[in-house]
Design a protein around this ligand. Structure first.
Ligand code: UDX
Length: 462
């Protein structure tokens, strides 16, 4: 099929590439000329594993343009994949969506054949319906049909999440369902040519597709993100309890996660969730509930727990050092999770501001986002190119993002450069046993004892 995607941001571009991978001809449209120019040269505009390879492998089916007119003429299906950032009151800002929709309409109303316009953006329940009403009011319903098809992509896994999703959510009327089922048939039946480096997960033969109305599709997207955020805040509260009662949260997570009704995923305690989705979407869902006169109490608690979590871990560091004023802290990891260069809503940022407020000196490192961090962190934070340099003279090291290179750190390596002996593992990614008798290891929910003797996971004791 011929597909157009408006927006070459994270969602738009990875969706476009995946659709090309399953055999469709895809035009990627963006107003940003520099982005389109670099894509035409085969360069990925952001860091995402396998994206550069996939752009190259599918170059015969991928086209790029800044002209919405040129792009939309091409499509049987056109995706709206622009950002819906957060307004100051927590609601979703739909400015880009409305702009893209208006531009699309001005082209599609003159097009001879009909088009299915698909909203991929995370937008409040009712958004797609109100855009449909606009189409109807302009007498264009025969030419343009509208659907909602939310995505569940994780940064760092976007291509495999696109090609091997847990489910597809197809929101719209019967003709929209029929077109989307045809578009996604190679994914639903897993019949496309497998990309190099991205093996299909074992046992995946068919992907379920949920045929629903647009309102259900829109709410499902928010509910999925809010539920995952809830799992994280829940386990972080259990971790805070585990600290108080000297229990081990990793083992608790293994035990409760072994119950298939709960599941082990998203039960890793730490300094809280960040990124471009969970913080924004939980606030937007709460705002949406408020506008309907409903107080979503559980969601408010999820948000509150997350906001407090990184400060709580800083307090543990303060307790270990006595006070933070004048102390040098080596912060390892700035991105909101490993495998991405994204600093949006990264817990590292409020955490560093908090440490500075308490008078600490900060040396920081990130393997991919070091340069960008200069734009979001104050000048007094010393950004270092090497881990070893970051550790120089530090009273404590604080692991904020569990990048693999930090997981290899040993007491010997740390002590070579550090002045102090405190290790705060904000992601529970180190083995506390390695530090026993050598350094003071502080995890999240790993008991209060300075020398824990716990095994790494509950399964190891079986
Ligand atoms: C998330 C959803 O997973 C995805 O389905 C949705 O489309 C977009 O939002 P992403 O933001 O890329 O994806 O990251 P994810 O891997 O979900 O992690 C989000 C945050 O939660 C990270 O800061 C991560 O460190 C944190 N997290 C995750 C935990 O603290 N503990 C966990 O157990 C899992």
């Amino acid at each position: 099929m011929k597909v157009a995607v408006i927006g070459t941001g994270y969602v738009g571009l990875t969706t476009g590439v995946a659709l090309a991978q399953i055999g469709h001809d895809v035009v990627c449209i963006d107003v940003d000329e520099r982005k389109i120019a670099s894509l035409r040269q085969g360069k990925a505009p952001f860091f995402e594993p396998f994206l550069a390879d996939a752009l190259d492998a599918n170059r015969s089916r991928l086209y790029y343009t800044t002209s919405i007119k040129e792009g939309l003429v091409h499509g049987d299906v056109a995706f709206l994949a622009v950002g819906t950032p957060q307004n100051p009151n927590g609601s979703a800002n739909l400015t880009y969506l409305h702009q893209a929709f208006a531009s699309a309409l001005s082209v599609l109303e003159k097009k001879a054949s009909s088009t299915l316009l698909v909203n991929k953006c995370t937008a409040p329940v009712g958004t797609t319906e109100s855009l449909s009403q606009e189409i109807a009011a302009r007498g264009l319903s025969d030419q343009i049909n509208l659907a909602s098809n939310p995505e569940f992509l994780r940064q760092g896994c976007a291509l495999s999440d696109n090609l091997y999703p847990n489910r597809l959510v197809l929101g719209g009327n019967a003709p929209a369902h029929e077109t989307l089922l045809r578009l996604y048939a190679p994914i639903i039946n897993q019949t496309f040519h497998l990309p190099a480096h991205l093996p299909r997960p074992q046992g995946l033969q068919q992907v379920p597709a949920f045929l629903v109305n647009t309102r259900t599709a829109e709410l499902a997207k928010y509910a999925a993100n809010a539920f995952l955020a809830m799992k994280i805040s829940f386990i972080n509260e259990v971790a805070n309890m585990a600290d108080l009662v000297e229990a081990d949260v990793i083992q608790v997570a293994d035990i409760i996660g072994a119950d298939v009704r709960i599941g082990r995923a998203f039960l890793n305690a730490g300094i809280g969730y960040g990124g471009s989705c969970f913080p924004k979407d939980t606030l937007a869902l709460r705002h949406m509930a408020d506008t309907h006169g409903y107080h979503f109490k559980l969601l408010s608690a999820v948000i509150e727990v997350n906001n407090a979590q990184c400060i709580r871990v800083v307090e543990k560091l303060r307790d270990a050092l006595g006070e933070l004023r004048g102390k040098t802290i080596a912060v390892l990891g700035l991105t909101f999770k490993p495998g991405t260069d994204d600093l949006r809503e990264a817990p590292s940022i409020p955490m560093i501001y908090h440490l500075l407020l308490e008078g600490a000196n900060i040396r920081a490192h990130d393997p991919v986002a070091g340069d960008q961090a200069r734009f979001v962190l104050p000048h007094k934070v010393k950004l270092c190119a090497e881990v070893q340099d970051t550790l120089e003279g530090a009273d404590a090291v604080f692991i904020v993002t569990e990048w693999p290179l930090y997981q290899k750190l040993t007491p010997e390596v740390l002590k070579e450069k550090m002045r102090g002996n405190v290790v705060v593992d904000g992601r529970n990614c180190l083995d506390p046993r390695l530090f026993a008798g050598q350094m003071r290891y502080i995890g999240v929910g790993r008991g209060l004892k300075p020398e824990p003797e716990v095994p790494l996971s509950a399964q190891m004791v079986v």
